[in-house]
Design a protein around this ligand. Structure first.
Ligand code: AMP
Length: 217
């Protein structure tokens, strides 16, 4: 038995990785692993890992590789056999990408396609500053472009809709710098493997999703 193929949603903060993952989960029943969501759960539950990660996350820096890789390894072992799945926000460094290849190899699978969501920096900033998320189910909203029907209440689960601690202007700038420095070079890693597909991430989410569907189905 083996896991299904891994599809990567790759791109800068605010490029729509979470939104597309959520659509894949809802519409196609994909398993979904978001390292950002997992880390936020650790923060909320005040685990040892969460306490360690908070310092980095609040500063807009990447959490150390060994912490994130260990977390992903634990989660992958729970995924069902023969079902494709999506990774959102992982890998973010070259060492993470190499570790992922090894983890997947041990599980008799591999990365199918790396979908890069291409979005201009000005648009990213605008999206991140106005972003709001549900504390319970992580559904994403935007104060101007896609507000929840009732202020601060999630349309899906009625959970509380808040601004993420790291969506302040100062931290956003640092996250974008970290992305350019440590994560963007991975584009070349997947290009060389011949599995990088560039998608127009500035399109509306349902339009981007049509492109995603063509790749995963
Ligand atoms: P995200 O929700 O994907 O925007 O991630 C929020 C924060 O969690 C990032 O700014 C990092 O501090 C941390 N994080 C998430 N995924 C990773 C990863 N793969 N490697 C290192 N840090 C991560």
């Amino acid at each position: 038995m083996a896991l299904g193929k891994a599809f990567l949603l790759f791109g800068p903060p605010g490029s729509g990785k979470g939104t597309q993952s959520q659509l894949l989960r809802e519409k196609l029943g994909f398993s979904h692993l978001s390292t950002g969501d997992l880390l936020r759960k650790h923060l909320k539950n005040e685990t040892e890992l969460g306490k360690k990660a908070r310092v980095y996350m609040d500063a807009g820096e990447l959490v150390p590789d060994e912490v994130v890789i260990g977390m992903v390894q634990d989660s992958l072992s729970d995924f069902p056999d023969n079902k494709d799945f999506v990774l959102d926000g992982f890998p973010r460094t070259r060492d993470q990408a190499i570790a992922l290849d090894a983890l997947l190899n041990d599980l008799n699978t591999e990365v199918g396609t790396c979908m890069f969501l291409d979005v201009e920096t000005d648009v990213l900033k605008q999206r991140l500053v106005g972003r709001r998320v549900c504390k319970s189910c992580s559904t994403s909203y935007h104060v101007d472009f896609a507000p929840s029907k009732q202020e601060k209440v999630c349309d899906i689960c009625q959970g509380e809709v808040v601004q993420r601690r790291d969506d302040s202007e100062e931290v956003i700038m640092e996250r974008l710098i970290q992305y350019e420095k440590k994560t963007a070079p991975l584009k070349e890693y997947y290009k060389q493997k011949g599995i990088l597909v560039v998608l127009k991430g500035e399109n509306k989410p349902d339009v981007v999703f049509q492109d995603v569907l063509k790749i995963v189905s």
